[in-house]
Design a protein around this ligand. Structure first.
Ligand code: SAM
Length: 221
């Protein structure tokens, strides 16, 4: 008899369905409804779909503009490699969709370089309903500071990842889909000086004030 726990067996079943690209594990109908709500009235958009699968969402996105879609299984591109290439080519999109089966964390923070005024759709597995082995816990700790982060922590950290590249990121929609969330963020470039309320060239008196302070103090004030 197998000594696997119920959760571990359930995890294996889901992995098998993912391998077969079964719609019950990637919820196209809920995702489509959310896309239609957020993009209502839009057209002529430049859309990037990473992990596009067989195109459930591509068919919808095409109603709103031109779609660049990548999926490794369909040999249209490895999303992890393509997004670095698109950044190197200076591409900018109005919509970016990250829809992997696992965590999308490896796209942060640099995916924000592909957006100036855009929507980011993200599929995020719920850490607490998944079987978190040591490697996943370490991975989550690297990206979110803890091995089993809540949605609040994840959203806060994604907003900070946006600011790494001076993008103001706001959560505008959230769908609870059982084992995962589907999140939508608005992303807008901000000027660092305006965002932080500081001047690029400090006044002479400001320079005098900070001149003799130890570096540590300047960093954490
Ligand atoms: C959640 S499904 C996508 C579902 C699709 N968005 C839909 O709604 O029909 C994840 C997809 O990622 C693909 N995939 C896995 N690793 C990949 C990679 N490194 N680059 C691109 N696609 C990948 C799988 O083939 C699978 O089709």
């Amino acid at each position: 008899m197998s000594d696997k726990t119920y959760r571990a067996k359930q995890h294996d079943r889901i992995r098998r369905k993912q391998k077969d690209n079964d719609d019950t594990v990637h919820h196209p109908q809920e995702k489509i409804g959310q896309i239609q709500n957020v993009l209502k009235g839009e057209n002529g958009l430049k859309i990037l779909e990473l992990f596009a699968g067989k195109g459930n969402l591509s068919a919808i996105y095409q109603q709103y503009g031109k779609v660049d879609a990548y999926d490794k299984k369909l040999k249209t591109g490895d999303s992890y490699l393509e997004y670095h290439r698109l950044i190197a080519e200076g591409k900018i999109y109005d919509v970016v969709d990250l829809d992997p089966y696992g965590f999308p964390n490896r796209f942060f923070p640099d995916v924000f370089l592909l957006m100036e005024d855009a929507y980011l759709f993200v599929t995020m597995p719920k850490p607490f309903v998944n079987v978190l082995n040591g490697i996943t816990q370490q991975h989550l700790t690297c990206y979110y500071g803890m091995g089993n982060p809540t949605l609040e922590v994840i959203v806060k950290k994604i907003r900070l990842y946006g600011l790494c590249h001076w993008r103001e990121v706001k959560l505008i929609d959230e769908l609870d889909m059982g084992r995962l969330w589907r999140l939508v963020f608005s992303v807008k470039v901000v000027k660092a000086t305006e965002y932080c309320g500081v001047k690029n060239r400090p006044d002479k008196k400001d320079i005098e004030k900070i001149k003799n302070k130890p570096v540590q103090q300047l960093m954490f004030e």
